[in-house]
Design a protein around this ligand. Structure first.
Ligand code: GLU
Length: 429
């Protein structure tokens, strides 16, 4: 086990003393239930053969089948997948949906593949993990650099293998293939509901709240749009190539236009009419993190705020839309600076919550309206945000620890229902 997974687990120790949970239940949580590694030989368009490595980790299924996305990334490692699977166990418990945690992925730079290669690789991955996953066992979904179309290919592949239509094998599918309305924007919307709760508690006026967002992929774009529509001032956004800053606030719809047509935010500040219109300055990812804003939203990858740059952070509130953007050491530095961190396992849980709705709809064969999806999402996010907030205030702990305490209490109830040492001692002792 390497650092990222060990770091992820160590958050449990901090939460343990505040939760109603026995040591043996925590011990169980420290060991991923099953790990699968697969080799995926792929015939490339030029006729050559390349072998890619894929993983699927099922972390814990005490509260229900494993649930979690599939990531395509060149730097993906098994330790990272384990950490991500562990966070899914916690996340599903935080929002109280009946799933355990899982995660998967392929070590690949998807931008270097043709569309046909990407389809073949996606199908090959599902083919290789088909016995490991299942609608009642382990249900994948999109994550970094995977999307609805890839989920559609994987569902089709699985359905061919089991010789029946199986939409509930995967969530985040295209709507015509059994996807749920609202799934694509759900992670961003869930994060927005958290911000709205903070705004209510602190009597914020959105117009005077300055926001910086690191990461302008699917999730970053959605949270930017929702905040923009609700009057917040998004002063900076960035993607892997760099970012843009405008102190009066950016025009988010036109930025999304540029990003969609060029695939680069960089295009905004180099040449062309959007550049002149948007009047934005160039900002690096590092500079964006250190901006004087009211809310900082990391919406890219893990380990973006580390002990090396944590001291530079000036935002009083950080909302973690990415998974694991703050390292353990950075967390301590930020907490000493009194920065409120709305943790990933709560702030980005809107995605898996609507994945749960999608799975329910697939199983029932009965589909909900967008209004129904969003109302149910809001109900859960508001309720669980407040639950976590209360635990934080009651114990005078940080919000991440409070979210873990909340998750551990739910997990412990499930474990206790199967009998713990105390229960069996009474019979045998
Ligand atoms: N990949 C997303 C996450 O990290 C969604 C998982 C899901 O919908 O199962 O939460």
């Amino acid at each position: 086990m390497t650092n990222i997974y060990m770091d992820a687990l160590s958050r449990l120790d901090k939460a343990f003393s505040f939760a109603h949970i026995e040591t043996e239940a925590i011990t169980k949580l420290k060991h991923p239930q099953s790990i699968l590694q697969v080799s995926l030989p792929l015939r490339m368009d030029d006729g050559s053969l390349k072998v890619f490595t894929g993983y699927r980790v099922r972390h814990n299924t005490t509260r229900g089948p494993g649930k979690g996305g599939i990531r395509f990334h060149p730097d993906l490692s098994l330790a990272e997948v384990q950490a991500l699977a562990f966070w899914m166990t916690i996340k599903c418990a935080v929002v109280g949906i009946p799933f355990g945690g899982a995660k998967g992925g392929i070590v690949v730079e998807p931008k270097l593949l043709s569309r046909l290669e990407l389809e073949r690789l996606s199908r090959a991955y599902m083919n290789a993990i088909a016995d490991f996953v299942g609608p009642d066992k382990d249900i994948p979904a999109p994550d970094v650099y995977t999307n609805a179309m890839i989920m559609g290919w994987m569902m089709d592949e699985y359905s061919k293998i089991v010789r029946k239509s199986s939409p509930a094998i995967i969530t985040g599918k295209p709507i015509p293939l059994g996807g749920s309305l609202g799934r694509e924007e759900a992670t961003g919307l869930g994060g927005f509901y958290c911000i709205q709760e903070l705004a209510n508690k602190n009597k914020w006026n959105p117009k005077s709240i300055r926001v910086a967002i690191q990461g302008f992929g699917n999730v970053g774009q959605h949270i930017a749009s929702i905040l923009y529509e609700n009057g917040y001032k998004i002063v900076a956004v960035s993607d892997s190539q760099g970012g843009v800053f405008r102190s009066e606030g950016l025009d988010i719809p036109s930025l999304i236009e540029v990003k969609k047509s060029t695939q680069k935010l960089r295009a905004v500040y180099c040449t062309g009419s959007v550049c002149e219109e948007s009047n934005a300055e160039k900002v690096s990812n590092e500079e964006l993190l250190a901006l004087e804003v009211d809310i900082l939203i990391p919406a890219a990858l893990e380990n973006q705020i580390t002990k090396l740059n944590a001291d530079n952070i000036k935002a009083p509130v950080i909302v973690e839309i990415a998974n694991g953007p703050i390292t353990l050491e950075a967390d301590d530095i930020l907490l000493k600076k009194n920065i409120l961190i709305v943790p990933d396992v709560l702030a980005n849980s809107g995605g898996v919550t609507v994945s749960y709705f999608e799975w329910v709809q697939n199983k029932a064969g009965f589909y909900w309206t967008l209004k129904e999806v969003n109302q149910r999402l809001e109900e859960i996010m508001v309720r669980e945000f407040d639950n976590v907030y209360k635990i934080m205030q009651k114990n005078t702990i940080d919000m991440r620890t409070a979210a873990y305490v909340h998750a551990l209490n739910r997990y412990a109830e499930a474990v206790a229902s199967q009998g713990t040492q105390e229960f069996f001692d009474k019979i045998t002792g």
